[in-house]
Design a protein around this ligand. Structure first.
Ligand code: UD1
Length: 385
């Protein structure tokens, strides 16, 4: 029996962990000898119903076995508290492997707690780089990858980034995009969502906006620039804006409500997974600074304007429907106008974004352990029970 700890903590983790849990359950049904005991740990980095529980319901995730209750705080507080809480679980469970996903503070904390306890780490969504170290997520990505033993990548650019950083090729596994597993698995649930009628909007009659990056929303000046663009665009097409708690606080703090609360802008609470994807699927286009939404719009072939100067997901630009627009008012308006004038890019779906990524991850982990192949660096094998 292999004991695996899966760690999730913030909103964008939940749709990445769900397919892995499903793939482990499937593996356990078909395998009698090489079974896996999975323990789901929720760090509690996100804790509001709308940022956490609703995703457990929508994605049919099991209740976490352990809830660390870390909550909000500075980066060091979040990372430190997660490490302390997780370390106790790792010792108690005598874990053989820790799986972390994405690039949030909980991801880095999980990887650090595991290596410090001599337990191998698998990082799902490894190798993504924006090359912008002012983003907290970039630091999380770099450090998590540097100490992980299995690096599961979504696309070839990620493999190249890792190799450039000197990571051994035998630790890197190109498996595809695990978020796409969730998207495809939940197609029916997304179709059934009633959000369009609840909001009284018709398909393709609105644009969708999300924004929460500190680079954009912690600065009054940048928030104002984006607000001016949004207000102008909303004169041509109504905008639906499910608002992240960080952004809501800052719009109030910088007194910018007049740009975002307007008769053409529908300011709503954060949405669950199924409702959000129903809105995405039916949007004329999406404006966002999220990472995952750049990928979801590529798969759904919906034009996406990313309110950032760089992306760690360049394949969504080279192959998908994504365009970087930064945070300059005139550029955002110009690119939105192109889409409204039917000049948007078409895009195609990247290889291995096929809904089978989690299956590939579980089968690689099982093969490596069954054949006794260790991906641990020399010297660490002795630490592992
Ligand atoms: C975190 C991730 C980011 C991810 C985002 C998705 C890091 C460094 N950042 O950013 O990569 O894209 O989640 O949402 O890990 N808050 C609530 N309720 C909650 C959670 C947070 O009100 O359930 C508020 C708190 O005031 C908190 C603020 O939102 O201080 C920010 O939360 P935090 O987890 O620190 O970072 P995010 O901005 O959500």
């Amino acid at each position: 029996m292999m004991r695996i700890i899966l760690l999730a903590g913030a909103r964008p983790n939940f749709m990445k962990i769900a397919p892995i849990i499903r793939a482990i359950e499937k593996h356990n049904i078909s395998s009698r000898t090489n079974r896996i005991k999975a323990t789901l740990v929720h760090s509690g980095q996100h804790y509001d119903h709308k940022m956490s529980q609703v995703f457990f319901q929508d994605l049919k995730l099991p209740r976490p076995d352990v809830y660390l209750g870390v909550g909000s705080g500075t980066h060091s507080e979040q990372i430190g508290k997660t490490m302390i809480g997780l370390e106790k679980v790792l010792l108690k469970e005598e874990a053989d492997l820790v799986i972390v996903v994405g690039d949030v503070n909980s991801t880095l904390a999980g990887a650090l707690a595991a290596v410090k306890s001599g337990i191998p780490v698998a990082h799902v969504e490894a190798g993504l780089r924006s090359y912008d170290k002012s983003m907290p997520e970039e630091i999380n990505r770099l450090l998590t990858d540097a100490i992980s033993d299995y690096l599961f990548t979504p696309s070839l650019d990620a493999d190249d980034n890792l190799k450039k950083e000197g990571i051994l090729a035998e630790k890197i596994f190109l498996v595809g995009n695990v978020m796409v597993d969730s998207l495809l698995h939940n197609r029916e649930g997304i179709k059934r969502s009633q959000i369009l009628s609840r909001l009284e909007v018709n398909p393709k009659s609105y644009a969708l906006l999300t924004m929460h990056r500190p680079n954009n929303v912690d600065s009054g000046e940048i928030l104002l620039r984006i607000g001016e663009a949004i207000k102008k665009i909303s004169l041509r097409i109504p905008i639906i804006f499910p608002i992240h708690p960080r952004t809501k606080k800052n719009i109030e703090k910088f007194r910018l409500k007049r740009f975002f609360e307007d008769k053409h802008i529908l300011f709503i609470e954060p949405l669950g997974y199924l409702d959000f994807l129903k809105l995405t699927t039916n949007a004329r286009f999406v404006m966002t600074d999220s990472g995952g939404i750049q990928e979801e719009t590529t798969v759904l072939k919906i034009p996406c304007l990313t309110l950032r100067d760089s992306t760690e997901r360049p394949i969504t630009i080279s192959q998908g429907t994504n365009t970087l627009v930064g945070n300059k008012t005139s550029i955002i308006i110009e690119e939105a106008t192109k889409i409204l004038d039917n000049k948007s890019k078409k895009g195609s779906i990247p290889p291995l974004w096929d809904g089978k990524t989690a299956q590939r991850i579980v089968s690689i982990i099982c093969q490596r352990t069954a054949t006794g192949v260790s991906t641990l660096p020399q010297g660490r094998e002795n630490n592992v029970g």
